[in-house]
Write a protein that binds this ligand. Structure first.
Ligand code: C2E
Ligand code: MN
Ligand code: MN
Length: 404
């Protein structure tokens, strides 16, 4: 199937633009062999390349480009399918914006294209090209958060040894995972994740219990999370717990129970954040709305969990605004490689900044993901990269540090 792929990248500084011509010459032969047509635009810092050909050969070539040391920050912007090629079968054409004006580059790109100009004006591929060409004063990339500048340094479990074994009479246990702010080198809060007494997952725990009692048990188990927070001595840190929204709606006196348990364990309601997922929230919003008011009236914080994974998205924020939004792992994983993911996260950052909602990116596993997100303005993170959930305690924390 005829596939078009567009990516953006940067030419490695060791690779001057003089070499660009020879690079393109080699690429021309390689592409011609694969029956790939392509154009390459260069503005002195960034490369924009369009590749067209069979799906198999385009993907094969793109994998090679990702591994090519002469390119850095290769970000896929678009992958699409169509009835015919936009460009003549030339292998590769170079358009250097350092030596030609944007207007003449645009004209020659259109000349090499087989697409009628009225079609080109509404074509995503040409819109990417046009935006790249007409971009005013391209600036050198900010290298503060280049992944190769950073390493991780370990801090031993900050709350001391974890309490081992089943705590008497508890029907479940909790694992704690810190949410960190690497820029400040501090822990923002601790999330309590439910575990079976065998250490099993939340899913297994909830499957194993009487299905009529899910909400009741979900609510009651939160007392163990607060007890754990007291036991390890979280001091002024916040503790976040997960709840099904219906656990607040269906169980009579749910908010009062939470407040009592919070205080019983020496915590303040302001230290506690309830996390609910986007999907669960929207399905029973009207009922849940009064529970939210009640929680807020007591001083308890509210976070939307797994934001961006469900169907509500930004429109949910027209109905109400939480204190905190946690961006789903699905959107942040490999964000350094994906143009669409980057565009979505930038818009979430912009919305949340305007509404003064604090953001957490969850499921960070790679230093490259963290680097991109920091440079996009996100300051709080949760993920295996920094710290794994630890049963009945808090594990080691790995802080990013600039290498000298
Ligand atoms: P969640 O609230 O989004 O919690 C984060 C989940 O992501 C946790 O899985 C955590 O172990 C995992 N995680 C954290 N960092 C990373 C990472 O870097 N990579 C990957 N792949 N995963 C990471 P866990 O503990 O299995 O929990 C799954 C879900 O179960 C939670 O997702 C939450 O929605 C739910 N859950 C946990 N505890 C409770 C609870 O007490 N009540 C209710 N109703 N749901 C709970
Ligand atoms: Mn959560
Ligand atoms: Mn989540």
């Amino acid at each position: 199937m005829l596939t078009t792929l567009i990516y953006r990248s940067q030419l490695n500084s060791s690779c001057k633009s003089i070499h660009l011509a020879s690079l393109v010459e080699k690429a021309r032969h390689r592409n011609a062999k694969l029956n790939i047509t392509g154009i390459l635009l260069f503005n002195g810092y960034d490369i924009l390349q369009v590749l067209e050909g069979s799906e198999e050969s385009v993907i094969q070539l793109f994998h090679k480009i990702r591994e090519d040391k002469r390119h850095s920050d290769v970000v896929e912007l678009m992958r699409d399918y169509g009835p015919r090629r936009r460009f003549e079968n030339v292998g590769m054409l170079l358009f250097d914006l350092q030596v030609k004006s944007p207007k003449s580059v645009l004209e020659s790109v259109l000349r090499y294209s087989k697409l009628e100009s009225y079609l080109a004006s509404d074509d995503r591929v040409f819109k990417f090209i046009q935006t790249f060409i007409t971009q005013k004063n391209p600036s050198p990339p900010d290298t503060t958060y280049n992944a190769d500048k950073w390493t991780l340094s370990r801090e031993n479990a900050p709350f001391g040894e974890c309490i081992n074994g089943v705590i008497a009479h508890q029907s479940c246990q909790f694992a704690l995972q810190p949410i960190v702010e690497p820029g400040e080198g501090k822990i923002t809060s601790l999330e309590a994740l439910i575990r079976g007494n065998d250490g099993g997952s939340p899913e297994r725990f909830f499957q194993a219990i009487d299905q009529d009692k899910v909400y009741e048990i979900d609510l009651q188990t939160k007392a163990y999370a607060f007890a754990l927070a007291e036991k390890i001595g979280i001091g002024g840190h916040k503790i976040a717990v997960n709840l099904l929204p219906m656990s607040l709606v269906n169980v009579p006196g749910a908010v009062e129970f939470l407040v009592d348990q919070i205080k019983l364990h020496g915590l303040q309601p302001e230290q506690v954040v309830i996390e609910v997922t986007e999907n669960e929230m929207i399905s029973g919003f009207n009922q849940f709305n009064s529970a939210i008011k009640h929680l807020r009236a007591e001083g308890i914080g509210l976070a939307i969990d797994d934001f961006g994974s469900g169907y509500a998205g930004l429109s949910l924020l027209t109905k109400f605004q939480p204190d905190k939004i946690k961006i789903d792992r699905e959107i942040v994983s490999n964000i350094h490689l994906s143009g669409p993911k980057q565009a979505i996260v930038r818009s979430i950052v912009s919305c949340c900044t305007d509404m003064e909602i604090s953001l957490v990116a969850e499921g960070i596993e790679k230093i490259e993901e963290w680097c991109w997100l920091e440079s996009a303005g996100i300051r709080r993170f949760q993920g295996f990269l920094f710290s794994r959930p630890q049963l009945n305690g808090v594990g080691d924390i790995h802080w990013p540090q600039v290498t000298r």
